[in-house]
Write a protein that binds this ligand. Structure first.
Ligand SMILES: CC(C)(COP(=O)(O)OP(=O)(O)OC[C@H]1O[C@@H](n2cnc3c(N)ncnc32)[C@H](O)[C@@H]1OP(=O)(O)O)[C@@H](O)C(=O)NCCC(=O)NCCS
Length: 165
């Protein structure tokens, strides 16, 4: 968050770190609330229902608990304001920033944190199925389109990929 006053600009910093188990439910709530605003209007009822099932899936929570699903959060004090979820070590499956915190570099910071760990682990590329809303964002980060937008289970997405150097 940037506060502008007396001609001076003060940049607020956010904590970027793996989410803890007791934060899982609020992270998924943030994903759902943000999805409803920015993505649901573009999807069919089936797509909205499928996404709801995805964020509430006990299997996803279990994968996270056993370290098979990476979940990194951005925190403003103790409040979660951004969530990045990665499956299969290199596929971005969730990326949501609270509507009041967007365009402040939080999603980029979440991805950069993950990219750093991924490079250390020897991962050389990352993929995402971008929502229609986020294609421009992923382009800014350095992802390229693999194909045109497609649809599966009511969810519209553009497959994208980024090489990690
Ligand atoms: C997409 C989303 C995660 C971006 O989060 P954010 O924190 O606002 O993004 P950042 O501030 O880190 O933006 C990084 C850059 O992308 C640009 N950008 C952000 N959102 C953008 C958009 N929708 N279209 C084009 N450019 C965008 C920013 O201006 C910034 O540009 P810069 O390189 O000049 O600094 C957020 O808008 C969101 O939660 N959207 C709704 C959910 C969604 O669609 N998620 C993706 C699921 S695959």
């Amino acid at each position: 968050m940037e506060k502008i006053g007396n001609g001076l600009m003060e940049r607020k910093s956010y904590e970027i770190r793996p989410i803890m188990k007791h934060e899982w439910d609020s992270a998924m709530q943030l994903a759902w609330d943000t999805f409803l605003i920015f993505e649901a209007p573009e999807y069919s009822i089936k797509g909205v229902h499928n996404f709801k099932s995805f964020v509430r899936d006990p299997l996803l929570k279990r994968m996270y608990t056993y370290g098979e699903y990476v979940a990194i959060g951005a925190f403003d004090n103790k409040n979660i304001v951004g969530i990045l979820g990665v499956r299969n070590a290199n596929h971005v499956s969730l990326l949501f920033v609270d509507k009041d915190y967007q365009r402040m570099g939080i999603a980029r910071a979440l991805l950069n944190r993950y990219f750093k760990d991924a490079r250390t682990a020897g991962i050389d590329h990352v993929t995402v199925n971008s929502s229609p809303y986020a294609v421009g964002f992923y382009h800014r980060i350095g992802f390229v389109k693999l194909s045109e937008e497609t649809e599966k289970d009511g969810i519209r997405f553009t497959p994208m990929r980024m090489e990690l150097e």
